[in-house]
Design a protein around this ligand. Structure first.
Ligand code: MF3
Ligand code: CO
Ligand code: CO
Length: 248
């Protein structure tokens, strides 16, 4: 069942989402080549606690860190650790905050310049596909409209949409209904209603869309070792469109 949030709930989800976005602004200001992902996670952890919030990922189903950091061929759910951030890397940082009990979820791909043209093209196309998908959202639009917007945009550029991970309802809990696939056909799927809050978070691969999970049980990598990019926003459906809640 997809919940419709009350005005009071929406305001709390908005505040948490803004903090999540501010956390990524902070990450952008401190991320650097030579840093380990564990070091970046530590800084993000302190930032979130310093704003009277809690990182939702820490301890979530046993996840051991305060954010996910996924480099290059790592698609999603990278565990911060000893891996060193290098020039040319695509570094996906995904932050979910719990502020006053409410969740905000957002991710960006950071380019450790200089990066190869193909890597830049992948990251830019991924971000563009997210905004094209957001444009489809309003009271009465359908989940399939989102999926088609993303799939059309990225396949035109020769990239592929990851199937194994999808967007999700968010706000009162970390993962709520509905699932939000980043592929599909316009005019299909559930209708959206004003007051729904969910993420769109396309993971786009340079090669195959297939992924596999490493032995740690979390880290998802591309099936062929090629690059992957991701951007994520938490949205509120309104009568006339979508409000992006994860803005800073
Ligand atoms: N933030 C991720 C999402 O967008 C979920 C991370 S779950 C974790 O849904 F356990 F890996 F942290
Ligand atoms: Co999410
Ligand atoms: Co996320």
């Amino acid at each position: 069942m997809i919940q419709i949030k009350s005005t009071q709930e929406i305001e709390k989800i908005r505040r948490s989402s803004q903090l999540a976005s501010q956390t990524l602004d902070y990450a952008a200001s401190v991320i650097k080549v030579g840093q380990t992902t564990a070091e970046l996670d530590r800084l993000i952890h302190r930032f979130i606690l310093g704003h009277n919030a809690v990182p939702a990922t820490l301890g979530y189903r046993g996840f051991p860190a305060s954010c996910c950091i996924s480099i290059n061929e790592v698609v999603v759910h990278g565990i911060p650790g000893p891996r060193v951030i290098q020039t040319g890397d695509l570094v996906k940082v995904d932050v979910t905050t719990i502020l006053d009990g409410y969740y905000g979820d957002t991710a960006r791909t950071f380019l450790m310049e200089p990066v190869l043209p193909k890597a830049r093209h992948l990251a830019e196309t991924t971000e563009k596909s997210l905004y094209l998908a957001v444009e489809t959202v309003r009271h009465g639009s359908r989940l399939g409209d989102i999926g088609e917007a993303i799939q059309t945009c990225v396949e035109k550029e020769g990239f592929q949409v990851v199937r194994d991970f999808v967007g999700h309802g968010v706000g009162l809990k970390f993962h709520e209904d509905p699932n939000v696939p980043h592929y599909g056909r316009a005019g299909t799927g559930q209708r959206l209603k004003a007051g729904m809050t969910f993420t769109i978070e396309p993971m786009i691969n340079a090669g195959t869309w297939r992924t596999r999970i490493l032995a740690d049980g979390w880290t998802a990598v591309t099936g062929d070792g090629e690059l992957s990019a991701q951007f994520e926003h938490t949205l509120l459906v309104t009568q006339t469109g979508a409000e992006i809640l994860t803005v800073s």
